[in-house]
Design a protein around this ligand. Structure first.
Ligand SMILES: *[C@@H]1O[C@H](CO)[C@@H](O)[C@H](O)[C@H]1NC(C)=O
Ligand SMILES: *[C@@H]1O[C@H](CO)[C@@H](O)[C@H](O)[C@H]1NC(C)=O
Ligand SMILES: *[C@@H]1O[C@H](CO)[C@@H](O)[C@H](O)[C@H]1NC(C)=O
Ligand SMILES: *[C@@H]1O[C@H](CO)[C@@H](O)[C@H](O)[C@H]1NC(C)=O
Ligand SMILES: *[C@@H]1O[C@H](CO)[C@@H](O)[C@H](O)[C@H]1NC(C)=O
Ligand SMILES: *[C@@H]1O[C@H](CO)[C@@H](O)[C@H](O)[C@H]1NC(C)=O
Length: 555
């Protein structure tokens, strides 16, 4: 059900290779609703069925006994428990040669199965092959099948914190015995461990090196969001800056039109109703929910990937729609005079070109979202994120939306607002998408009423985080770049890249573009693009140098 069914299906095709949507949009921004997230499990399972070779048949799942509570003395985890749970992981020893490193990929805020393709192709496979390494995919607690507790209510979620998650990986690295390798000691005391992660797992990877330098010999943080930010309005800044200029200029005008009506002219209920009715959303009660649906197009930016197999190019379709001077959806013709009067009411000219573009915006939102609302449902039921009863299920299957929501409500923030955009800039999403609106999930699902404790993450250095053998790889166009060490515009310092502290910005790249890859028989001169291939090559080069360093140090 729900708004973005079609787009969601497309976005989920991307999951296998690259862009799990979990770290992408929040409930209540970029068109995402609670329903969209609930669709994820089924879609992800369907996606697994369409791969060349099901990676699950190649890499059996393994379970490691993990303490539920690593901090028996910290009051925040009371009541404490001495129980353990089964933490899932996978490994591949097909490249492994005795003396080689363990390369561990942090799976982060998704089902670890979604990361399995990286065993076969992409950076994990490349690094293992180049170093004779053992590759591991480590599922994060409270995701996939790795649950320390039976339910996901606020009481049971108390063990879902960044520090417990970091301790999990440390405990694993110092204790694991890989089946079939019982005679070797592959723990971090005897073998170099190198961690890789993209996105939130990139932060985990980076924090591990800083917090436990004796356990993790080296780490790569790709699109590592090392700076937690509560009001993360900057999410849309790279879209506005690097999206097609004409489309973004048009988007800003339409957004300003919407906000002028909903915010400045809020008392004119005839006008506000006319706006919603013209967009075929007459019965959507809350302005934030309306703004959210209108943000569905710009919200597609993060689903772009260099690999056509995993990319959703819906963002560019959307841009082409709102910049087309032809009417693309004949059913919108009946709304021509209303569209023109909305522009005029907000001080904009209503020439044929801009009216046609507005009709295309209306048509696009209808075709991609509004029309999926069932006859038997109200528009609020379909599109509102503000209905408390939608957030009450606490079974493990709800982890798809509940676990990461809990993490950002409690520690990471990253609420993707329009309201946070500085007054002297025109936002590309409505200012009705504000903190109150985007934090509704925190109150309704978890009874959290205060801002996230971003210090939990930022204690490791935020933009300034650095360490020997800690690499940062980022994408110039990534909507998450403003939260990474490459956020120059927001105060991150410039750095010189060295083999010891590699610092690489991939031009025209979005979210962790270095993570996925193609089979050798599927590469072409343009795929992966030279800039991505170059970053991956550098990663192989410096990880080999780090491993050599380890052997030299142990001699
Ligand atoms: C390329 O190789 C992989 C694995 O070796 C295989 O699964 C895939 O089908 C091949 N692709 C093509 C286009 O032949
Ligand atoms: C959460 O679920 C547990 C069962 O695991 C139950 O004991 C507890 O009372 C629940 N807490 C809340 C706040 O609902
Ligand atoms: C492996 O090595 C570590 C540290 O060097 C040691 O503490 C541990 O007991 C060893 N494990 C086994 C199974 O021998
Ligand atoms: C809006 O609500 C009215 C009154 O309940 C109803 O007649 C109409 O069908 C609804 N429209 C939509 C598009 O849901
Ligand atoms: C408009 O967007 C749709 C996707 O919703 C796409 O299929 C179509 O090609 C786009 N049309 C133009 C002219 O860009
Ligand atoms: C049409 O109106 C829009 C804004 O309403 C304006 O940006 C654009 O320049 C106008 N185009 C022409 C050809 O007048």
């Amino acid at each position: 059900m729900g708004s973005l069914l079609k787009k969601l299906a497309l976005a989920l095709c991307a999951m296998g290779g690259a862009n799990a949507i979990n770290m992408g949009l929040r409930i209540g921004s970029g068109g995402r609703t609670i329903h969209d997230f609930k669709e994820e499990v089924a879609k992800a399972e369907a996606n697994l069925a369409r791969r060349d070779v099901d990676p699950e048949s190649l890499y059996p799942k393994r379970y490691f006994d993990m303490p539920v509570d690593h901090f028996p003395n910290k009051a925040k985890y009371a009541p404490h428990t001495k129980h353990t749970y089964k933490n899932r992981y996978w490994f591949d020893d097909s490249h492994y040669k005795p003396g080689g490193p363990v390369i561990i990929l942090q799976s982060g805020e998704t089902n670890g199965l979604n990361r399995l393709p990286y065993m076969q192709k992409g950076i994990l496979a490349d690094l293992a092959e180049a170093t004779g390494g053992m590759s591991v995919i480590f599922e994060h607690r409270y995701y996939g099948y790795s649950f320390p507790t039976r339910y996901l209510n606020t009481t049971d979620l108390r063990f879902l914190t960044t520090e417990q998650a970091l301790e999990d990986v440390k405990y694993f690295a110092t204790n694991v015995v890989f089946p079939g390798h019982e005679k070797e000691n592959l723990t971090s005391g005897c073998t170099p461990w190198i961690s890789y992660g993209g996105s939130y797992p990139g932060s985990i990877s980076a924090f591990l090196r800083v917090k436990y330098p004796d356990v993790f010999w080296g780490s790569i943080g790709s699109s590592a969001v090392t700076k937690a930010i509560y009001d993360y309005w900057q999410y849309y800044a790279p879209v506005a800056e690097y999206g097609p200029a004409f489309a973004m200029a048009t988007q800003k005008i339409f957004t300003d039109m919407v906000d002028t009506i909903l915010i400045k002219k809020a008392d004119d209920t005839t006008l506000t109703h006319k706006l919603k009715a013209t967009f075929n959303l007459p019965n959507l009660t809350h302005n934030g929910d309306f703004g959210n649906q209108l943000a569905s197009g710009v919200g597609l930016w993060q689903s772009l990937n260099w690999d056509p197999e995993v990319s959703d190019t819906g963002f560019y379709d959307y841009c082409n729609n709102i910049t087309s001077s032809d009417v693309l959806y004949p059913h919108t013709e009946s709304k021509r005079s209303d569209a023109a009067s909305l522009l005029e009411a907000t001080g904009y000219e209503s020439n044929t070109t801009v009216v046609n573009q507005l009709l295309n915006y209306i048509g696009w939102v209808y075709e991609n979202s509004v029309k999926y609302c069932g006859e038997d449902q109200t528009q609020d039921e379909c599109f509102s994120t503000l209905i408390k009863s939608h957030y009450q299920e606490t079974g493990q299957a709800q982890s798809v939306w509940r676990s990461w929501s809990y993490q950002y409500c409690s520690e990471w923030g990253y609420l993707q607002t329009g309201s946070g955009v500085p007054r002297n800039q025109m936002p590309v999403i409505s200012r009705t998408i504000d903190i109150e609106y985007t934090s509704a999930v925190c109150r309704f699902a978890f009874d959290i009423h205060h801002p996230a404790d971003v210090e939990e993450a930022n204690q490791y250095g935020g933009y300034e985080i650095s360490h020997s053998r800690l690499a940062f790889i980022d994408g110039q166009w990534d909507p998450w770049r403003p939260a990474t060490p490459h956020a120059y515009q927001y105060g991150a310092p410039h750095r010189v890249s060295t083999t010891t502290e590699p610092f690489i910005l991939i031009p025209k790249a979005l979210h962790h573009y270095d993570e996925n890859g193609r089979f050798p028989n599927e590469t072409t001169p343009r795929l992966p693009p030279p800039a991505v291939k170059n970053a991956q090559k550098q990663e192989v080069h410096f990880v080999k140098a780090w491993v050599d360093e380890w052997h030299a140090a142990k001699k």
